[in-house]
Design a binder for this molecule. Sequence first.
Ligand code: UDP
Ligand code: MG
Length: 336
Amino acid sequence: MSARPILWIVIPCYNEEQVLPLTAPMFLKKLRELTEADRISANSRILFVNDGSKDRTWDIIRELAASDEHYIGICQSRNLGHQNAVLAGLMEAKDRCDITISIDCDGQDDINAMDRMVEEYLKGAEVVYGVRSRRDKDSFFKRTTAEGFYKLMKALGAEVVFNHADYRLISARVLEHFAEFGEVNIFLRGLVPLVGFPSTTVSYERAERLAGKSHYPLRKMLALAFNGITSLSVKPITLITGCGVGFSVIGLILMIWAIVQSILGKTVAGWTSTICIICLLGGIQLISLGIIGQYIGKTYLEAKHRPRYIISARTWESEERRWREETAPETEGKNA
Ligand code: UDP
Ligand code: MG
């Protein structure tokens, strides 16, 4: 039998001091179960990515790392957002493991789906998407906005797996190719399918957050949706062009009508219609300019090629540093 794959579970954490002590042991238990069932290598790890938390999250991660070798962590230099945190973790993992599973740290995504994900990988899938079968634990508002989001994305030409967020298994092989997607606007759930390779889905029920509160208020969700659409599709610009053509045709017909009326000597003081047309077209033009401006803005950001994440610390490096500090005086002593 071939060697068991090394799994790295990648977990973004932002201000999660309340929930991390509850969920971390659950992840470790799952890792042990998978190891004992001989599905994954004993060298598998749980990688926490601290996304510039302002609370004790990083301290907790370091304590965890000191308590068990399976826990490791990296720290981002500041808060860069969920997507960048996951990316940082995946990029850190890709050269050191065979498969990664990214999952939120709040216990909302069913950890038990990992068994099926690994099973699908062993059967040949390189990407396994976790799909929420039911969302009745989410509030009505969250559910309707989130489901509306997937539908809107689809309508606007950005293909995403329905009801799949950021709980997924990706093989190191796929990550190797994904690393070549150098964009700054990262919308993982839309980008991963673009890499290709055999993929499948497993469904799970989404639970409530175990503690703490959501970092995705409506404003952030809208930003994520907009980012997703503009980073995956230029359909909005096509729609604008379509609108422009439609209104031009209507305008032309109105113009001919106006000229005919004028020749027939029936011109009336058309104040209302003029104002209506000016207002309507003015609004549409501004929206259109805004959308096009967003794309230009994105191009501007991409052109800068700024780093997508900056790792300021690693739990295993601090160990190394401490070891170096401890051994340094000794060597000096020997030389003297
Ligand atoms: N998160 C992050 N950086 C942020 C916001 C969130 O790393 O700026 C992490 C957070 O710790 C959690 C995951 O992303 O593990 C999903 O966040 P949350 O549970 O708040 O979102 P929701 O499940 O409500 O959509
Ligand atoms: Mg959550």
